[in-house]
Design a protein around this ligand. Structure first.
Ligand SMILES: [Zn+2]
Length: 391
C-alpha cells in the first residue's frame, strides 16, 4: 500500500452539537458508549423513542463494531484494560478529574482544531463562547431557522415573516456565525415548494387553527415560504445554507428526507452554496450524484461517520472518487459525549489514508495530490466554503 500521510493534518469538524459542562458531568459514565451509538443517541434527541427500551439498546453496544472499536481505542488512550467496565471507570476518573483537559486531550490526540456548532439542538441554545471554554477548541456558529419560527408564530403571519427575517439578518451581523441551517426534513419534508405569500398566509391560518400540527397540508406552505426567505438572506449575506439531508433519529420525516426530495430546490437555488448535512446518509450515492452535477452543492459526512462505521471505507472511496474533494466536509455529529469528536476523527483520518493510497496505487493521483485531497476533506474544504483561516 502506498503511504499517504495525513498524520499532521489539522481537522475541522463541520457538524457538532454544543453541550454544557454541568450537563456532561451530571450524566453517569455508565452507558456513555451506548449514548454514542446511533441506537443510543436517539434517546437523547428524539421524542418518539420509548425510554424503557434503553436496556435493549444498551445490550447491543458490545456487538456493535463502533462500540467495540471505541472501547479498544479508548483503553489505549486511557492506558487501561480493554473491558467495558475498566474503560468506563477510567473514563469517569479522567473526565471528573478535569473535564476540559480530558476533552482537550481527546481533541489534541485526534488533531481536531476547530468545530462548527449547530445551535439548533439542544434548546435553549448554548453560546459558542461557552462551548469553546467547555472543549478547549475554536467554535464557530451555525444558526438554525426552526427555533425562530417557533418563537415568532404567536402573532400574525406578517409578524412571523418579519420576526424570522430579523433573526436571520441579525445572525449575519456576527462574523463568527458562518452558516444557516434548516431541519425541515424533520418537519414537513425536504421537497420545499415555492408558495406565494398569500398561499403561505392561508396555510398559516390553517396551521394555527390545527393547533400547530406538523402537517404537509397546513404547516408546509409556511415552512417552505420561510425557507425561501432565509435562503435569500443567506445569499445576500454570503453565508452557506445547511440542510439536514438523510435519515436521523426516529422523529425524521423519512419519506421526504433524501437527496431526491431536495433536488428541485437545489436546482432553483443553484447560485448559492448549500451543504447537505449527513451526505443524505443512507442515500450517499444519490447525494454524490447531486454534488457532482450542481456546482454549489457540498456534502458533510457525519452520520455516515461514525454510525455507518463499516460503510465508511467504501463510501469515502465512492465520494472522494466521484465528488470534488473541495466539496466534502468531514463532520462527526457529536451530540454530548466528548469521545465522539475523537473517535470519528480517528476513523476518518485512517480511512482516508487507505482510500487515497489506493488512488495512488491505481495511478489516478500522485502522492502529493492524494494528500491535498485528504487535507480538503479533513478541513480545508470547510474553511474555504465558510471563509475562515487556513492553518
Ligand atoms: Zn446533528
Amino acid at each position: 500500500m502506498t503511504d499517504v500521510g495525513l498524520a499532521g493534518v489539522d481537522i475541522v469538524d463541520a457538524h457538532t452539537h454544543p453541550y454544557r459542562l454541568e450537563d456532561l458531568l451530571a450524566k453517569e459514565s455508565e452507558g456513555f458508549d451506548t449514548r454514542m451509538m446511533f441506537l443510543g443517541e436517539s434517546f437523547h434527541s428524539s421524542s418518539r423513542v420509548h425510554d424503557d427500551l434503553w436496556p435493549v439498546a444498551d445490550g447491543f453496544t458490545d456487538s456493535t463494531v463502533f462500540g467495540i472499536a471505541l472501547r479498544r481505542w479508548l483503553a489505549a488512550h486511557l492506558d487501561c484494560e480493554p473491558s467495558r467496565d475498566a474503560v468506563t471507570r477510567a473514563r469517569d476518573a479522567a473526565l471528573r478529574a478535569d473535564p476540559v483537559a480530558y476533552t482537550k486531550g481527546l481533541l489534541d490526540a485526534a488533531g481536531v482544531v476547530a468545530i462548527l456548532s449547530d445551535e439548533g439542538f439542544p434548546q435553549p441554545p448554548i453560546l459558542a463562547e461557552e462551548f469553546a471554554s467547555t472543549i478547549g477548541a475554536t467554535v464557530h456558529r451555525v444558526t438554525r431557522l426552526e427555533p425562530w419560527i417557533l418563537h415568532h408564530r404567536d402573532g400574525s403571519f406578517d409578524d412571523l415573516v418579519a420576526g424570522v427575517e430579523a433573526e436571520a439578518t441579525q445572525a449575519a451581523a456576527d462574523p463568527n456565525c458562518l452558516a444557516y441551517k434548516s431541519i425541515v426534513a424533520y418537519r414537513t419534508g425536504l421537497d420545499v415548494g415555492d408558495p406565494s405569500s398569500s398561499d403561505a398566509e392561508a396555510g398559516f391560518a390553517r396551521w394555527r387553527d390545527d393547533g400547530w400540527a406538523e402537517t404537509r397540508e397546513h404547516a408546509k406552505p409556511v415552512r417552505d415560504f420561510l425557507i425561501r426567505r432565509a435562503l435569500a438572506i443567506a445569499k445576500a449575506n454570503d453565508r452557506p445554507f445547511h440542510f439536514h439531508c438523510g435519515g436521523g433519529d426516529p422523529d425524521i420525516n423519512l419519506a421526504y428526507a433524501g437527496p431526491a426530495s431536495i433536488f428541485p430546490l437545489l436546482v432553483d437555488v443553484q447560485d448559492q452554496p448549500v451543504v447537505l448535512v449527513h451526505s443524505g446518509y443512507p442515500w450517499v450515492r444519490e447525494a454524490a450524484y447531486v454534488a457532482s452535477v450542481l456546482p454549489n452543492v457540498y456534502l458533510e459526512l457525519s452520520e455516515l461517520i461514525p454510525w455507518g462505521w463499516g460503510q465508511v471505507e467504501w463510501a469515502l472511496e465512492m465520494l472522494v472518487g466521484t465528488v470534488p474533494a473541495a466539496k466534502l466536509l468531514y463532520g462527526s455529529d457529536e451530540a454530548g459525549e466528548p469521545e465522539a469528536f475523537w473517535a470519528s476523527a480517528l476513523l476518518v483520518r485512517s480511512t482516508l489514508e487507505r482510500v487515497l493510497g489506493r488512488f495512488v496505487e491505481r495511478d489516478y493521483v500522485s502522492t502529493d495530490e492524494a494528500e491535498r485531497l485528504g487535507r480538503l476533506v479533513l478541513g480545508d474544504a470547510c474553511r474555504r466554503l465558510h471563509g475562515f483561516g487556513t492553518t
